[in-house]
Write a protein that binds this ligand. Structure first.
Ligand SMILES: Nc1ncnc2c1ncn2[C@@H]1O[C@H](COP(=O)(O)OP(=O)(O)OP(=O)(O)O)[C@@H](O)[C@H]1O
Ligand SMILES: [Mg+2]
Length: 356
């Protein structure tokens, strides 16, 4: 028996022949628990029912010869109105070939009226409804993938703009300054002492530029991940963060024997980076803690703070940080859990098993 625990099956039967409708109704009641069956005698009636947004059916059973419309036209119009509800077509023996053709027009199944029985009808209803559920889930996950690709693209563009700004505004200015200093150096050719002092300041300027190039390169791709692995890169990230913000920090790394995939590592690094940015922006915390452990092949990364905690309801619809964290986790097959760190603060925990 179809036994939908969440809501009873709602079925629209579009059939002008009252005898056929009664038979179909009996067959459905025989196998389906508490169905909600609605009846349309004509295309017009079906159109009126389907046009109402509150009328969402699990299945539409459609007789192909109605007084006001039939055949191909009828199928096209009902499918257009169906809002993805599966349509099962009822045909007579004489329409057998058309029944087969109707599958290519988007109907989910066809049944021969002369062969109709409770079992056949039940099977068709179940298959069509379940197939639709799977297809809806697939569409939903395709939508998620598309939206993630979009966000990733936007993030990439933002990052490029940010780096271009840094190169133009800071690095460009430093080079311009160096050029002016070099021109000024020419004027000091008769004073070796002044020249010496000037050269020292030039070396200082060049050192600043080297530091800046390093910083930009590191923003693009944290070098430590490639050189020393994720745990050390994260430890560095947290220590740098603590230095900049004045917060106290604690890092615990336990048993990390495996080397994770580079894509996984960079995504976890970015998630932790966003978690730290959020702590600086919102948490009003004084302490942060990073715990890394690998237990039975499963890695756990935990960033905790002792701040005010994430509010229960978030109303900033344009905020992207948490969403990006979730999507990055999804992309690498990790689980992300965000909880309030009672009595105060937030915990962001990423769990990933490289073998899954
Ligand atoms: N560690 C934290 N402590 C307290 N509140 C937090 C913390 N992390 C996030 N939040 C809250 O969750 C909200 C959503 O965070 P999210 O990172 O998605 O957006 P945002 O930081 O406001 O903006 P964006 O990251 O897009 O620049 C924040 O606005 C903040 O209210
Ligand atoms: Mg954020």
């Amino acid at each position: 028996m179809i036994n939908s625990t969440t809501s009873p099956y709602r079925i629209l039967v579009v059939e002008d022949n009252l005898g056929d409708f009664t038979l179909i109704e009996e067959f459905i009641i025989e196998r389906v628990d508490f169905p909600k069956i609605e009846h349309a005698n004509s295309f017009k009636e079906a159109e009126t029912l389907l046009a109402k947004p509150e009328n969402i059916y699990h299945i539409i059973l459609l007789d192909l010869s109605l007084p006001d419309k039939n055949g191909e036209n009828l199928i096209h119009e009902i499918i257009a109105l169906s809002r993805h509800t599966p349509v099962v077509v009822l045909t007579g023996f004489s329409d057998f070939e058309f029944g087969v053709k109707s599958l290519s027009m988007g109907v989910s199944d066809y049944l021969l009226k002369e062969d109709l029985n409770a079992n056949g009808l039940y099977k068709s209803l179940i298959y069509s409804a379940e197939r639709q559920k799977i297809s809806n889930k697939l569409k939903e996950s395709e939508k998620q993938v598309r939206s993630f690709a979009n966000q990733l693209n936007n993030a990439l563009e933002e990052e490029r703009a940010h780096i271009a700004r840094e190169i133009h505004d800071e690095f460009g200015q430093q080079l311009a300054g160096l050029k002016m200093s070099l021109s000024a150096l020419r004027k000091l050719k008769n004073s070796p002492e002044a020249q010496e002092e000037f050269i020292n300041s030039l070396v200082e300027e060049v050192n600043n530029s080297i530091e800046m190039v390093r910083r930009i390169a590191n923003e693009l791709r944290p070098v430590l991940i490639d050189k020393l692995g994720l745990p050390i890169a994260l430890e560095w990230l947290v220590k740098e963060f603590a230095k900049k913000t004045g917060m106290s920090s604690e890092v615990n790394v336990v048993d990390t024997p495996l080397v994770l995939d580079k894509i996984v590592e960079i995504n976890i690094f970015r998630i932790c980076q966003e978690a730290l940015t959020n702590i600086a922006k919102h948490a009003q915390a004084t302490e942060i803690k990073l715990d890394i452990a690998c237990i039975e092949n499963t890695w756990h990364f935990k960033v905790s703070d002792n701040g005010i905690g994430i509010p229960n309801s978030l109303n900033n619809s344009i905020s992207m940080g948490l969403l990006n964290m979730k999507e990055r986790s999804y992309l690498i097959g990790a689980t992300l859990i965000i909880t309030n760190n009672l009595p105060s603060g937030t915990i962001i925990e990423i769990t990933v098993n490289p073998n899954d």
